[in-house]
Design a protein around this ligand. Structure first.
Ligand code: SAM
Ligand code: 2KA
Ligand code: SF4
Ligand code: MG
Length: 210
């Protein structure tokens, strides 16, 4: 047996699955588009304002085989799949993204960029965090940079990261959900004065959908 066919018979490692749902992408460039969300468990970045802290402990979530994840993601008419978490890049996403592509999916990722980029992606959203710095290599691959604005010092921090992405990368400022009433007027003024940036809102929270 060749090394290649032996490798093909080794099943891809199962991944901890917190939740999965078919919804509308609520944030950033692909806002408004139907997408199947796969939320992997496990994150050690520790954002104080994280809106999905239940995802952090990978052990709390069952491991699911790649083939079963693909079956879930392709059970609806849409073929856009968002891999999120938790921090999805804590895992090697090569086998999952390969299987999703083979099933005709478009693979999108939501990541902090704190771990090496693995897998094949049609859209990469990097949302860097102060709590664990993004890798320069991952920032260079971003199609979209999405900065969560928690206080007014975050605009200068956003510019530091905008200087590290490629020339085609879309730039978004998204208010931290609980601070939106205070931060939104500042974001509006900032985008008016710095039009390379765009506003991103967590529209799914206004719509009360997942
Ligand atoms: C829950 S995270 C999971 C993916 C990855 N760990 C990350 O942080 O990019 C998904 C997206 O939600 C954003 N997010 C998390 N908590 C938020 C909050 N309280 N307000 C606004 N955006 C938030 C993150 O910055 C990220 O862009
Ligand atoms: N509708 C919807 N859009 C999203 N965009 C990014 C999300 C995430 O938690 O990664 C998310 C989410 O949880 N729901
Ligand atoms: S990196 Fe993402 S999942 Fe992890 S704590 Fe921060 S917002 Fe939450
Ligand atoms: Mg979310």
């Amino acid at each position: 047996m060749s090394a290649a066919s032996a490798a093909a018979e080794v099943p891809a490692p199962a991944l901890p699955l917190m939740e999965h749902f078919y919804t509308i992408q609520g944030e950033g460039y692909n806002t408004g588009r139907a997408a199947y969300f796969i939320r992997l468990g496990g994150c050690d970045v520790g954002c104080v304002w994280c809106d999905v802290k239940e995802s952090w402990d990978a052990e709390k979530h069952p491991r699911v085989a790649v083939s079963d994840l693909v079956a879930l993601a392709t059970a609806h008419i849409g073929r856009n799949v968002v891999i999120t978490g938790g921090e999805p890049l804590m895992y090697n996403l090569g086998p999952l993204t390969q299987a999703l592509h083979a099933a005709g999916c478009q693979n999108w990722i939501e990541t902090s960029g704190a771990y090496p980029l693995t897998g094949g992606w049609d859209w990469i959203c990097v949302s860097p965090k102060k709590f664990k710095a993004p890798l320069p290599e991952t920032l260079r691959h971003a199609h979209e940079l999405k900065i969560v604005v928690f206080n007014k010092s975050d605009f200068a921090w956003a510019e530091e990261h905008a200087a590290q992405v490629g020339p085609e990368c879309r730039l978004y400022l998204q208010p931290e959900w609980s601070k939106a009433p205070q931060m939104m007027p500042l974001i509006v003024e900032y985008v008016k004065n710095n039009p390379k940036w765009q506003v991103s809102l967590q529209t799914h929270k206004f719509l009360d959908i997942p």
